[in-house]
Design a protein around this ligand. Structure first.
Ligand code: MF3
Ligand code: CO
Ligand code: CO
Length: 280
């Protein structure tokens, strides 16, 4: 199916859902510390989404073809877990890194975002992986513009990951999003500039690179969901939902406490904005 182009009213509804998803991450951040279980984080997020925000947690009972229904409301992927980690009795310990992935449904519209969290004081290697992966996501975001191509996004991410000695997971990708959780197009996190679908204003999709410190190969655990690195190397992921605008890109999953873009992204954003070119 061709990607859906959202109308101005639909874009406004997406902005609301996406901001709410980001605000769940703001809410849960202070709870991510040594000694907490991932199922406790899930319960706190579930209750916040349902009782405070009036949202539906999209992962709960989500069952794409070939998968058993997902049993929890968020994904918690720790250390060498790449994505789709199922919250459970695991206790987070000092030095862990964990991705919390939140998808809400508000008024029928989805917002999808994830961040990495440090549990206590992770190693320099773990922190560097989280930071470079964040830069990879932002390099992908900055590659988005109308008339550009999906391949521009993947190329920007892959180049930065591999220059830092890391590898890009191939089996999972970003995705169109809107009334459905996962829509076309697929947004690969590797590739070549100028290839794949052209980008049009009104498209909404996620950019969510999964970057491994070691080899790119992955495997699925017996729970049917959790993805881990085959070589047990650390893996990190960040995710934003974005809109292709008439002039470039709008990041929809921002919130008061979202981490600021890296310096190179702030400079690129400032250079693009009309305020950067004073009126004659
Ligand atoms: N939020 C994930 C994504 O970014 C999908 C999770 S599916 C679930 O696409 F069922 F595991 F929640
Ligand atoms: Co997603
Ligand atoms: Co997600």
């Amino acid at each position: 199916m061709p990607p859906t182009i959202k109308s101005p009213a639909e874009i406004e509804a997406m902005r609301v859902a996406c901001r709410l998803a980001a605000e769940v991450l703001d809410f849960i951040a202070p709870h991510v510390s040594p000694g907490v279980t991932t199922e406790h984080l899930d319960k706190l997020c579930h209750d916040y989404m349902v009782d405070v925000q009036g949202c539906i947690p999209a992962p709960l009972h989500y069952a794409p073809k070939g998968y058993a229904p997902y049993p929890k409301s968020i994904c918690t992927s720790v250390n060498h877990q790449v994505c789709h980690g199922i919250p459970g009795p695991r206790v987070l310990k000092n030095g862990d890194i964990v991705n919390l992935d939140i998808t809400v449904i508000k008024d029928g519209w989805h917002g999808d975002t994830s961040r990495m969290f440090h549990v206590g004081e992770p190693s320099i290697a773990a922190r560097r992986l989280c930071e470079v992966t964040y830069e990879c996501m932002w390099r992908g975001i900055l590659a988005v513009r109308p008339g550009g191509h999906l391949g521009d996004i993947g190329a920007a991410i892959q180049t930065h990951a591999e220059r830092n000695g890391y590898s890009v997971v191939r089996e999972f990708c970003g995705h169109g999003i809107g009334r459905r959780f996962h829509e076309d197009p697929q947004v690969l996190h590797y590739g070549r500039p100028g290839t794949l679908d052209k980008l049009f204003p009104g498209m909404t999709f996620t950019i969510e690179p999964m970057i491994n410190a070691g080899r790119r190969e992955i495997r699925e655990l017996g729970d049917g969901w959790t993805i881990v690195t085959k070589d047990h190397s650390l893996s990190a992921q960040w995710e934003h939902t974005v809109l292709v605008t008439e002039t470039g890109v709008e990041v929809l999953t921002l919130s008061a406490q979202a981490p600021p873009p890296p310096a190179f992204a702030q400079e690129a954003i400032a250079a693009r904005s009309p305020a950067a070119s004073p009126a004659p």
